[in-house]
Design a protein around this ligand. Structure first.
Ligand SMILES: [Zn+2]
Length: 492
């Protein structure tokens, strides 16, 4: 079953298949590295991760390229304020970005392209645009794209640009939503700014030309899919199309995917509203990386997600259910045989799960059959009607769920520890939630020692001490489970 995905360009849901019959070539706009990523950014990267993982699960080979914008207006301004070179300034945020996507289990694209390492390709593209009359140079030595030379401008965002003034220009990387102007391809260096000496002058590339040059360098003139956040549709993606198609006369990408913004508590996220969260902010509040991942992917990418703390708590509980059930299957002892009801339920759940994701990545619908199967299986186990073959069938469904959702296997300790270490190094200790601090104050060895002491106390019938230890641990988020096979503990 091919993946069917909404295509902004055609305005309909189209099948997404590799046009060369081999690998699906996709380009996704990556981060501009001037600050730590916020949850709105990560929602986009996570939804693209869902797509790439589902393609792989469906047997489609992919070649995924993501850029890193490591030169732009903000980076130049911030680095000069900090008295650093742009490389030194952005390095910290590049590292932070990779740490954050690792924490969220976002797979690395096959290629990461840093803008500052591909300047010659951008210069070459400006030269080709100049030869075809689509680019012109201004008195200060900057280069602009002539919108009037590309009548198809606006075909992606479906904007009516009839009132467009010929020759009106804008030189900043981000501009008002509805104004179409000739935009900068290359900016002449202002005194003291980082710049490159090139055949088209001393300066630096505009933001849009970076993505045109690098996507075509890695994926060819025409590729299968271009993805990004909805805020990039206009003007960034529209400009990419104009720059690339003016020289190639081929569609830059056949398919365009745009991930919708999220709201926080029903409002637009902004620093001034006080509802602005980076991934690190949430980890320091004690939320698990897996819960953040699940909360950000459970609403399909074309729907607006309203991010709330209740939503995170719900995601935490859902993951708990998944992990407990998985553990029950892996550690349980089941008699040989099978229950045909469970076999059918597993097959149906798998089919429904795959069909929901194939239908425009409907992650919300894809979750439902998995949790239904868990309920049915738990009930069968409770009634002694769940067998060895059922375990294998259900574990297979969970594995394909986790191939995309990736929350069952517990990798949560490391990102939290790293976030806390980062907060301590960067003077943000005050942001570490007291409950989290208490939870982390106990090492595994210290917990083992307390658990052993409790076992000893119980043997000596000192139940008061045993209960005291259990309560102390519970306060720090450590749960003790007594079972036939001995005592186990886990962090909540
Ligand atoms: Zn881009």
């Amino acid at each position: 079953m091919p993946v069917r995905l909404f295509n902004t360009l055609t305005g309909q849901i189209d099948p997404l298949v590799p046009s060369d019959g081999q690998a699906l070539r996709m380009y996704a706009c990556g981060p501009t590295v001037y600050d730590y990523g916020h949850i709105g950014n990560f929602r986009t990267f996570l939804q693209i991760d869902v797509l790439r993982r589902f393609l792989k699960l469906s047997g489609v080979e992919i070649r995924h390229v993501m850029n890193i914008t490591d030169v732009d207006d903000k980076i130049i301004r911030n680095s000069s304020e900090a008295g650093l070179s742009i490389g030194d300034y952005s390095a910290r945020y590049v590292d932070a970005f990779f740490e954050d996507i690792e924490a969220l289990r976002i797979e690395r694209p096959e290629e990461i392209a840093r803008a500052t390492e591909h300047i010659p390709r951008m210069v070459e593209l400006v030269q080709r645009l100049s030869q075809s009359g689509a680019a012109y140079k201004t008195e200060d030595g900057s280069w602009y794209f002539r919108l009037a030379s590309f009548p198809e401008y606006g075909k992606l965002s479906k904007k009516d640009l009839s009132g467009m003034e010929d020759g009106a220009r804008v030189d900043v990387d981000e501009y008002e939503k509805d104004s179409a102007r000739d935009f900068a391809l290359w900016k002449a260096a202002k005194p003291g700014e980082t710049a490159w000496d090139t055949a088209i002058g001393h300066g630096r590339p505009g933001w849009h030309i970076e993505c045109s040059a690098m996507s075509m360098e890695f994926l060819g003139d025409s590729f299968d899919l271009h993805a990004g956040g909805e805020d990039l549709m206009f003007p960034h993606h529209e400009n990419e199309i104009a720059q690339s198609e003016s020289v190639t006369h081929k569609p830059l990408a056949h398919h365009w995917m745009h991930v919708r913004f999220l709201l926080v508590d029903g409002r637009k996220m902004s620093k001034s509203e006080g509802n602005f969260y980076t991934l690190r902010d949430l980890l320091l509040k004690g939320y698990k990386a897996s819960a953040i991942r699940l909360a950000l992917i459970s609403v399909p990418y074309r729907h607006q997600l309203n991010f709330t703390f209740e939503g995170l708590i719900e995601a935490t509980a859902a993951i708990e259910r998944l992990r407990n059930f998985h553990e029950r299957l892996v550690n349980g002892a089941f008699a040989a045989g099978e229950n045909s009801d469970i076999q059918t339920a597993a097959k149906d759940a798998q089919a429904e799960y795959m069909a929901s994701l194939a239908n425009d990545l409907n992650t919300a619908e894809a979750r439902a059959p998995i949790f239904d199967l868990i309920r049915a299986s738990n009930s069968a186990i409770d009634h002694g009607r769940f067998f060895d073959c059922d375990r294998n069938a259900v574990l297979k469904v969970l594995a394909s769920f986790d191939a995309v959702f990736d929350v069952i296997e517990d990798h949560d300790a490391e990102p939290t520890k790293r976030a806390v270490a980062w907060a301590e190094q960067s003077g943000r200790q005050a942001d570490i939630a007291p409950e989290l601090q208490a939870r982390l104050s106990l090492s595994d060895e210290a917990i083992d020692a307390l658990v052993a002491e409790r076992t000893q106390a119980k043997k000596q019938r000192n139940f008061a001490r045993a209960d005291q230890i259990r309560n102390e641990l519970a306060e720090k988020g450590i749960l003790i489970e007594d079972s036939k096979d001995g005592v186990r503990w886990k962090r909540k």
